[in-house]
Ligand binder design. Structure first.
Ligand code: ZN
Ligand code: ZN
Length: 280
């Protein structure tokens, strides 16, 4: 495994919710690490078994495992990791975790080059309008890590290994192989950064985690057309609960409505007016 500053350097940014855990459905926990959420999926029939969706900010692996111990006991067994995408704030703890628990890591094939040390993400667009976090994004690491030994493609039939009732949906735009996870039964959506519930680009809102529905974080989103299409796809699912990569999980009758509104007014509500990934 090859580390990079994507996983090693603690970044000086955090929110009031950092360290907070919220159970968003039975056995499904949202854990906020600084400014990003990781999700823990507990197997209710075997309460020591759990699955991790996304792996937090750089240097957060131990915190994630400590939290798992608190929730599922000292005998907890991590079974696999699923990544919505490979940005630094979703893989930050992964190498430390894999060194202790050799489990498969499932991702979309298009995200694999960034996780096999083959390709770096484009440097964040720190010139994009959107305030302090966008400006700070120059320090965000983009170097590829290499976890090839553990990396596996998500199954082509859209099922999610060890997660019966769930399917994965390709939701590109924010990154090429971005996926979201959906469970029909309770219309629970884990959306990664396809859309978020706070304006990630405003430092004030990141620190206070004020809840609103927004497009993907602008400084790292490279394909806005694909991103709009992805939000449209997710809106059509009419989710009842959405856990996103940033911001508090959201539920209620407003959610499908707000998501549809975001999809149809995407240019106005989500796409920045200018920036290196925006066609003007
Ligand atoms: Zn991202
Ligand atoms: Zn993110």
């Amino acid at each position: 495994m090859k580390r990079s500053s994507s996983t090693d350097r603690v970044l000086p940014v955090t929110s009031v919710d950092s360290g907070h855990v919220e159970e968003i459905a039975p056995g499904i926990y949202c854990y906020t690490i600084q400014i990003v959420n990781a999700y823990f999926i507990n197997n209710l029939e075997h309460p020591t078994q759990w699955i991790l969706v996304d792996a937090g900010m750089p240097a957060s692996g131990d915190k994630i495992l400590e939290k798992a111990e608190e929730l599922f006991g000292a005998e907890h067994q991590l079974q696999e990791i699923i990544l919505t995408h490979g940005h630094f704030d979703h893989i930050g703890g992964i190498i430390d975790i894999l060194e202790k628990h050799q489990v498969p890591v499932y991702v979309h094939p298009l995200e694999m080059p960034f996780l096999r040390g083959e390709q770096d993400y484009p440097t964040p667009d720190s010139t994009v309008e959107g305030g302090a976090v966008a400006k700070m994004s120059v320090v965000f690491p983009v170097e590829a890590i290499d976890i090839s030994e553990c990396l596996r493609p998500l199954p082509q039939d859209k099922s999610v290994p060890l997660m019966p009732g769930w399917r994965w949906i390709h939701t590109p735009g924010h990154s090429p192989g971005h996926v979201s996870l959906f469970r029909e039964e309770d219309r629970l959506l884990l959306a990664g950064d396809a859309f978020v519930t706070l304006k990630q680009d405003s430092l004030y809102k990141v620190l206070t985690q004020k809840q609103e529905l927004h497009g993907p974080p602008v400084y790292l989103t490279t394909d806005w057309e694909a991103s709009q299409e992805s939000v449209r796809t997710l809106a059509e699912l009419r989710p009842k609960i959405a856990g996103t990569g940033h911001g508090k999980p959201m539920s209620g009758t407003d959610l499908p409505h707000e998501l549809a509104r975001l999809a149809s007014n995407f240019a106005e509500l989500a796409v920045p007016d200018h920036g290196k990934f925006v066609q003007e």
